[in-house]
Ligand binder design. Structure first.
Ligand code: PGA
Length: 261
């Protein structure tokens, strides 16, 4: 990952889609064709896909490759798991860690996110740490506390040298993810204040403005071509994590185009 707080990161999360390699190739090619035509020098465009598709694509192309999960051990008797080295060799540069769907369905914890981030950094992969409050936590007024705790626990024991220029953090309010045809989304003020809470937690951990402001923070949750620009332009965020809209190549390319110079 090239550090630089002015860079814009557009990260697609295909989740458990599509069903076949042919479909993955068709979707990727369509996005790539569009992205090749635009000047995206100040951007990093990433697709996090099911890991079995990774090796079909060029890791040095205009679109970087990412996975959606990693295990913290290097090798051995861990049935069903995939190591950082395996992902890197398959072409991945990024890995989503601590996504709310894995927290919900696989009971992943902040401690697991911490182990996974350490494994990513040791394995030369850039983790995309996802943090976000649920609807209940928001209603109780606990959102800020939840976000700060998730950031602090996930980064515990990781030094500033290890992390500088090597991690992305995505603020994804759980209640805004996959909200469908009539998106439920936070206001730009809410996103901005959550971004500041993430930076405050980083300040508590690292005590340095250099570190705090060099870590890109993305917004995720029902991002589409229509709403994407303000999520960055009006919030101080450094990019977007895009779920369902990344499965529609023209829509995803449209999001990239909004930020092209
Ligand atoms: P969404 O998903 O864009 O479909 O809301 C975002 C995410 O889960 O990363």
């Amino acid at each position: 990952m090239d550090s630089g707080k002015n860079k814009i990161y557009i990260v697609g999360n295909w989740k458990m889609n599509p069903a076949s390699q042919d479909d993955a190739e068709a979707m990727f090619d369509e996005i790539e064709n569009e992205v090749y035509r635009i000047n995206n020098d100040g951007m990093e465009v990433v697709i996090c896909m099911p890991c079995l598709f990774l090796s079909e694509f060029d890791p040095e192309g205009k679109i970087r490759l990412g996975a959606q999960n990693v295990f913290w051990e290097k090798q051995g008797a861990f049935t069903g798991e995939i190591s950082a080295e395996m992902l890197r060799r398959a072409g991945a540069k990024y890995v989503i860690v601590g996504h709310s769907e894995r927290r919900k369905y696989l009971l992943e914890t902040d401690e697991m996110a911490n182990l996974k981030i350490k494994a990513c950094l040791a394995g030369s992969l850039c983790p995309v740490l996802c943090v976000g409050e649920t609807a209940e936590e928001k209603e109780r007024g606990d959102a800020g506390e939840v976000i700060a705790r998730q950031v602090e626990k996930a980064l515990m024991g990781i030094s500033d040298k290890e992390i500088l220029g090597k991690i992305l953090i995505a603020y994804e309010p759980v209640w805004a993810i996959s909200s469908g045809a009539n998106p439920v989304i936070p206001t730009t003020d809410e996103i901005m204040s959550m971004g500041l809470i993430v930076r405050k937690a980083l300040m508590k951990l690292y005590g340095s403005h250099e570190v705090v402001y060099s870590i890109p923070i993305l917004y995720g949750g029902s991002v589409c071509c229509q709403n994407c620009f303000d999520f960055v332009d009006k919030t101080g965020m450094n990019g977007l994590l895009v779920g369902s809209a990344s499965l529609r190549p023209q829509e995803f390319a449209g999001i990239v185009k909004k930020f092209a110079e």
